[in-house]
Each structure stands twice: as C-alpha cells, then as structure tokens.
Design a protein around this ligand. Structure first.
Ligand code: MN
Length: 224
C-alpha cells in the first residue's frame, strides 16, 4: 500500500477544526514493538474499535460486541479505514454532526506480535491473506487471537471474525466487555469522559504515565 495514500479516507471523513481527533500522518517505525489499541466508542451504535499497527498506520476494525475470551465465540469485526498512530492516545467526545459523533474511551492498549514471531512482514502477509494470528500484550487483552476475513459487504468492505485462541488465558467464564468498563489510561467511565471529568490519578485503571491528553504527542517509545 502506498504510504502517501494512507489515511486519505480517514481525513476525508473528518473536520479537524471541529473534532479533537488527530489529523495524523503515516509514520516510519521507531520502536521494535507493534502497538495495538481498543477503543470503546458510543457512536450511533456502541462498538469497540480494534486497531493494530502496521506500516505506519493503525489497521482498524469495528467490533460491535467487543472481544470474547471464549474460543467458541466468533465476534464480527468490520474493517474500517486506517487510522493514524496518534489515534491510540485519543479519548474524548467527537462532536454532534461529525463523523463518528460520540464518546471514545481507550479501553485497552499495549503491544502485539504475529503468532509465528516473524515481525511486521508476517503481520502484513496475514492481513493480506485474511488470516491474522496474533499475540496481544495489553492489560485486558492477552494471549493469542485470530482475525479471519470471511467476506466483503455490498460496499466492498471486508468482514472479519475476531476469535480467541485456545490458550491458558482463554475462558468462557469471563465477560471482559461487561467487567471492564473504565478507561485503561484515565480510569474514567464513558459517562465521565462524556462529562469531561478529569482523569483519575489512582486506582486500577490509572495510567503508568501522566494524564494523557488527546492533543499531546505520544513519546516515541512504546509505553509497554
Ligand atoms: Mn468507531
């Protein structure tokens, strides 16, 4: 994919004088680890956005029901436009009338790697093949997961399934989406983010770094 064509669709959909989302740009890889983020997004329909770093952008999927740790459960994941890497730090509310209007929470983030350990080329190959096996190292997302492309919808958009691999953390006994309801970086609930309540500094959900601001650039190092 041509690097300069990346993010065109992302930018076309947004007015950066109205939304506080980052305009972003494709960036060359700096760290060794690939980053991932999952954002909980109360748009017209609540969903979870899974984003995986690849080739300087975040490949993105909207997962209506969010992830499940039960390997028997297949969660629909609709491929959406690439997002800038800076989007990983975005938490806030997209204003009414703008694309994706509604509140966005950083539900989880961390690093990931292809299951076979062969780095970014293996991720690229898996993405293009439509069979992407990865290992996530987040706070809430751990262990092996697979994304399998199933078909394209009428608009040509790819539909995938997000499935937990059978491993030592797989379980049918935890509903992670129901149990984890606060931001992994600020500790806030969706209601608190919507109300503009400031970040909690203590507690399980508090970030290891200082209060993240959507406008502040991430450091070049991975935080995990
Ligand atoms: Mn979304």
């Amino acid at each position: 994919m041509a690097r300069k064509r990346a993010l065109i669709e992302y930018r076309r959909k947004r007015h950066f004088d109205k939304t506080s989302e980052p305009a972003g740009r494709p960036v060359r890889k700096r760290g060794k680890r690939l980053r991932f983020v999952i954002q909980k997004h109360a748009a017209s329909r609540l969903h979870f956005d899974l984003r995986l770093e690849l080739d300087g952008v975040m490949k993105s999927w909207a997962v209506p029901k969010g992830p499940s740790y039960d390997p028997r459960v297949k969660r629909l994941a609709m491929e959406v436009e690439d997002h800038p890497i800076e989007y990983n730090a975005f938490e806030g509310t997209i204003p009414e009338g703008e694309y994706g209007a509604g509140t966005v929470m950083i539900w989880d983030r961390g690093t990931y790697a292809p299951e076979d350990g062969r780095g970014e080329p293996a991720v690229r190959a898996g993405f293009e093949r439509g069979d992407l096996k990865i290992v996530l190292r987040g706070k809430r997302m751990l262990g092996g997961w697979v994304l399998v492309r199933t078909r394209r919808d009428a608009r040509g958009r790819a539909q995938w399934l997000l499935i937990k691999h059978r491993d030592e953390v797989a379980t049918a006994d935890i509903d992670v989406v129901a149990e984890a309801t606060t931001s992994v970086t600020t500790g806030r609930t969706m209601e608190e983010i919507a109300a503009g309540v400031s970040a909690r500094r203590t507690g399980a959900g508090a970030s290891r770094r200082k209060r993240p601001s959507p406008r502040r650039r991430r450091s070049t190092r991975s935080t995990s």
